[in-house]
Design a protein around this ligand. Structure first.
Ligand code: ATP
Length: 308
């Protein structure tokens, strides 16, 4: 339904921030966009929403072409909603009123019901009557998401949606929000640094490096067969090592300590990770990281099994 065809964009003439981007997403599909800081994630979201005049290519949602500010008095597409990193809420009115502003005044009962439903999705029912100026950054971020959903967009664009929200809330909020979007068949594009947004909730994942798309595929495919250290490192610590003359990429969980092996390593450090320890070891003059259930003393000799 969304067709991004050969688009290029630069804020200045001689520096492209999006270099020939090409991809589609279907109705109701969730796409995550990942890549290092400054690679162009926010710029891509802005281009799709119609906030930028792209230099080359076209963007279509169904049969509607997305056009930039040059063609619109008020930039932005009606059937899209965009939640930017600097969500602009109305500070002097309450959380409910901020949401209701985007609902019809002619159907007060329905509008109230929908506001309650959205307050539940963002877990802010208790703050319904609190003025937005008195909320924390993470709470404001949640209200901005609810407001974007008020009119049920066909495509929701979220820029770092949980960036200011603590881990405790983040996980339940993520589950609620993405389940809600699926239930309503709302497509969504999320720009994120967080692998949890991508691995558990995205149908497809698009990775940008140096302003180009390097891979676009299902999260499981990308995670299991990372094309480069850059891609793997978006998900986890990753070891890029030479084993028997071969260059390999291994996640820490792919290296195990076993009783018998010719692959010997010496422990350098152990970092507590909660349910396991991350062990740093010297293996044939290369530093490797592996997961282990117990603490291991520095200088202990260990034998490794490397799965690749
Ligand atoms: N309004 C602007 N004018 C000029 N250059 C800009 C503007 N906005 C962004 N840029 C530049 O474009 C590049 C891409 O920025 P963008 O915000 O899209 O990156 P990002 O991948 O979203 O980064 P982050 O993960 O840090 O949010 C950066 O080099 C940035 O400095």
């Amino acid at each position: 339904m969304l067709k991004v065809q050969n688009i290029s964009f630069g804020y200045t003439k001689n520096k492209m921030v999006l270099d020939n981007f090409n991809f589609n997403i279907k109705e109701g599909e969730h796409l995550c966009v990942m890549g290092e800081s400054g690679c162009g994630k926010s710029t891509l979201l802005k281009a799709i929403y119609g906030l930028l005049d792209i230099n080359k290519g076209t963007i279509f949602w169904k049969d509607h072409q997305v056009l930039g500010p040059e063609f619109h008095l008020v930039p932005g597409m009606d059937f899209f909603k965009y939640v930017a990193q600097d969500f602009d809420l109305m500070p002097y009115i309450s959380v409910s009123e901020n949401i209701k502003k985007f609902l019809s005044r002619f159907y007060p009962e329905e509008s109230e019901k929908r506001t309650q439903e959205l307050l539940e999705v963002i877990e802010m029912t208790a703050f319904a009557n609190t003025k937005v100026k008195n909320l924390s950054g993470g709470q404001k971020q949640r209200v901005a998401i609810a407001r974007a959903l008020a009119k049920e967009p066909e495509l929701l664009l979220l820029d770092e949606p949980f960036g200011q929200i603590d881990n405790f809330k983040k996980n339940s909020l993520r589950r609620k929000l993405f389940a809600y979007l699926k239930e309503k068949n709302i497509a969504c594009i999320v720009a994120t640094h967080d692998k949890n947004d991508a691995l558990s909730f995205a149908d497809t994942l698009l990775i940008i490096r140096n302003h180009k798309i390097v891979v676009h595929n299902a999260p499981k495919e990308i995670y299991n067969n990372p094309k480069s250290k850059y891609v793997a490192a978006l998900f986890d610590d990753v070891n890029e090592i030479v084993v028997n003359g071969k260059h390999v990429l291994l996640y820490p969980h792919q290296i195990k300590i076993i009783e018998n092996s010719n692959s010997i390593a010496i422990v350098k450090n152990a970092y507590f990770k909660g349910s396991f320890w991350l062990i740093e070891a010297d293996f044939e003059n290369q530093i490797v990281f592996l997961n282990h259930k117990d603490f291991i003393e520095t200088n202990t000799k260990i034998k490794l099994s490397l799965e690749f």
